[in-house]
Design a protein. Sequence first.
Length: 600
Amino acid sequence: MASKWIEEQPLVHRRDIRISRKSRIAAGLLVLLVLWRYGLPSSIHFGFSSEEPKQLGAVASEHALCSRYGADMLERGGNAADAMVATMFCIGVVGMYHSGIGGGGFMLIKSPDGDFEFVDFRETAPAAIVALGKNTSAGLRSGVPGEVRGLEYLHRKYGVLPWSVVLEPAIRTARDGFLVQEDLVNYIDMAVEETGEDFLSKNPSWAVDFSPSGSRVRLGETMTRRRLAATLEKISVDGPDAFYSGPIAEDMVASLRNVGGIMTLEDLANYTVVTRDTSHIDYRGYQITSTTAPSSGTIAMNILKVLDTYDEFFTPGTTELSTHRMIEAMKFAFGLRTRLGDPSFVHGMEEYENHILSAEMIDHIRQSISDSHTQDTSAYNPDGLEVVNSTGTAHIATVDHQGLAISATTTINRLFGNQIMCDRTGIIMNNEMDDFSVPTSSPPTFGHTPSSTNFAEPGKRPLSAISPAIILHPDGSLFLIAGSAGSNWITTTTVQNIISGIDQNLAAQEILATPRVHHQLIPNHAIFETTYDNGTVDFLSQLGHEVTWYPPAASMAHLIRVNADGGFDPAGDPRLKNSGGVMALQRRKFWKSVSCLWWN
């Protein structure tokens, strides 16, 4: 018997699809019967449809399989919310190294009527949180997961397909298996190298999934996550409450407490999503909306608003100087970021973020940027504060033909979170508490002091670099759904992708293929992807920038561009081997008319 939660959901559409197919078969049999009874026609004319299939929407994510599942929801009568839920649950199955139901994140939504909503489903500190430090046990590093509640909120408010339908692809993938591809192998190798031990093979709880035959899964093999499939099945049948109470919650609490954790069943039961104000600017006439603290959307908006004051920006002949100005704007913005924190705990945060985007602040930064040289760190961060570096994350963008658009980023933080696999449920727990700043009496990192606005408190959400954005044309029509994964590179990558789309008018795949630079002020290095133009880097070195090179793998962005004709242009980051953007198309009718001439 279906639970009350399921009975409250929309009617299942799949039955309607079966009925329509049966009806078509019956109609075909009737035609054959008429032909047999009254004779064959002298000629039959089939009027084939020449219409292009209608675009129902699009999905872009780090895994083409999950993007396809999201597009399937659109093709089954769902919308961008249904596509997001299906895609994110799938990413948690196949991209478990940095996301999943053991984590949380942020979501920016544009409704069909043009309203924006910022949904915060970031992890929260347990009620018994203690001061964290470098030697903190793994169990203390997990925050209360928010992803399931976040997807529940999205689905209840915007979704149209049943909850069980949007979870089905992820359940099937975890149960029946998925192909081990290049990205998964690379992240497995990175995690083992980072930790110095093969926990995926030696730890029995991990080995069930990652080393079922005694050695780690290899490229081209099929991997299953059957414990997680059973967990998702229960969430599908009994609703999201099944995650926050009962056996699933008990397994999470027990797994954490076995390694020194303090999370309780009450912490899980009390978790709620928070809807917050959005940030908004105009850039070259385009309308850009992003998020606010405890995310870093306001920081991205500050960078763009400063750069909007330059008339000649990334125009022919200005690339070198434009890059310098962009890096300088990044440094000032990251100096301002050191005072961000959870608005529910930090008094005056709304006023501070308004100040960050004020005309006075933008003018101050513009006047402080020199075109002839860079400056000491103190010029950008006079208070001498610092916040920690975020890690991990997965980004997803969805849109439908009715105008619902969603940009969401989810994370368990570092590779495989806190590296705790829950024995019975197959859930990988986050290490999001590491994103809080830590009070210390020892000499501060790089000579800077940890920011108290980001100290841990019971129920507080740590600061994040996540910066989803949705951009509208000057006439108000949808242009770009942007965002990124990849630690503090998230903010600067999102900024550069918006610049590539607006200032350089690049197509989606061209935007993502453009080499990137990152500067977060502390440490005071400009970090360039190895594919960046050497001439530009040499120019910046002459202006005093400390230069570091990095392989093109620090940030992974996925986005959807809307073309001038209204068509969708989704793309996955080429820095990943298995990413992909998928368009959802209305299935084309084989013919639109049949006419017959009969013998008398």
